[in-house]
Design a protein. Structure first.
Length: 375
């Protein structure tokens, strides 16, 4: 296995953890008086190809390259599945050729893939009276994010900037314009309105777009009454964009409840649908805690769950916001697209959990928890 410190993220053709167009297979037993073997499924089945993007790093966050199908262990409900394909995608070119890497399909002339980042700031001004430190953290997060945009973005990075304060605001659609992004981050930190998602703001947009998939005009306010709704709609709007999308969520947690055991539970009226939308549209959430380092709070459980459920990561107790921004970019410099086929009874709907591991237990793996199936 080969490790390298070349970094940042890759997005790809063919999204992750989603179902490719399903193939319907007819199971027609031959005309015979011989009964079917006990336990054999008879009838129509949907045969689907599952596409799963997987980040693999070492303990320092360096992307591991050169793995093949034998280096992964994928299972559904504890039962191993056979991988039918594996491709490595990166947003960087290799500096030089390597026979070992070439044998595993990694070449220096491979075209770098685009990366997609959505900076999402939950406005803390309304909470500043009771917790002024949250507003201070918000201001610092904005300052560090502008610095990251100015110094850390690569030429194939697309970034969008949104915020939430009683409604979803899109301050900047996906762009590579660093000046526009820095202004959008400043507007988000100040809580400036975004002038609405009117058709005139979408027409003529080049490249990928969130606005194109979001409700128009006043409908955006009406349909984002909760931050859960806002995240769900963002995920759905990003669905047509091929590849992994990274949602960098600056927050101190969403509203929910604490159960009798003192454990925080997200709002079940909204969380399941939001989580499915994120997984189904290949959006990994990186929750970045605005609560000052060293402060314990029950909402941290939710933030960890959201990141874990979507193949992202929860950041807390860091020195400054440059730490999560840098680490997110570095660990997203390359990923593996795994594929395999699965059968489900025709017409059945549900959510299938997936477990992904590597043969080397020292590697760290980030992948989605599963996928929706059925129409």
């Amino acid at each position: 296995m080969l490790s390298t410190s070349f970094r940042s993220t890759a997005l790809t053709a063919l999204a992750a953890l989603c179902l490719a167009p399903g193939l319907t297979a007819q199971s027609n037993p031959p005309a015979s008086d011989t009964p079917a073997p006990q336990g054999q499924f008879e009838g129509r089945v949907d045969v689907n190809e599952v596409l799963l993007d997987v980040l693999v790093t070492d303990r320092q966050g360096n992307v591991i390259v050169g793995l093949d199908k034998n280096d992964f262990k994928v299972s559904e409900d504890g039962k191993p599945v056979e991988l039918t394909g594996l491709t490595f995608y990166s947003n960087r070119r290799l500096v030089e050729a390597s026979p070992a890497l070439a044998a595993r399909g990694v070449a220096p002339d491979q075209i770098p893939e685009d990366r997609y980042f959505i900076l999402f700031l939950e406005d803390q001004k309304s909470a500043s009276a009771d917790a002024p430190e949250l507003l201070t953290s918000q201001l610092d997060a904005g300052r560090r994010a502008r610095d990251w945009v100015r110094k850390g973005l690569l030429r194939n990075d697309w970034v969008a900037v949104v915020s939430y304060d009683q409604k979803l605001k899109v301050h900047q659609d996906f762009t590579r314009d660093r000046v526009a992004l820095q202004q959008a981050i400043a507007d988000a930190v100040k809580g400036k309105d975004d002038d609405g998602n009117w058709p005139s703001r979408i027409e003529g947009t080049e490249g990928p777009s969130l606005r194109a998939g979001l409700p128009r005009g006043n409908d955006l306010r009406e349909e984002t009454g909760t931050i859960y709704d806002a995240v769900r709609l963002l995920a759905e709007a990003s669905g047509p964009i091929t590849g992994r999308k990274n949602l960098l969520l600056f927050t101190n947690g969403f509203a929910g409840r604490v159960d009798t055991f003192g454990q925080y539970q997200p709002d079940q009226r909204y969380y399941p649908e939001m989580s499915r939308a994120l997984n189904g549209n290949n959006v990994a959430v990186y929750t970045i805690d605005l609560t000052p380092a060293g402060t314990e709070h029950t909402l941290s459980q939710f933030m960890n769950q959201l990141a874990d459920d979507t193949g992202g990561r929860y950041f807390y107790n860091f020195t400054n916001f440059n730490t999560p921004l840098t680490q997110i970019a570095e660990e997203n410099s390359g990923y593996y697209l795994l594929s395999y086929r699965t059968e489900k009874p025709a017409g059945e709907k549900g959510f299938q959990e997936v477990q992904v591991q590597t043969a080397n237990p020292e590697f760290r793996v980030r992948a989605r928890k599963g996928y929706d199936y059925g129409s």
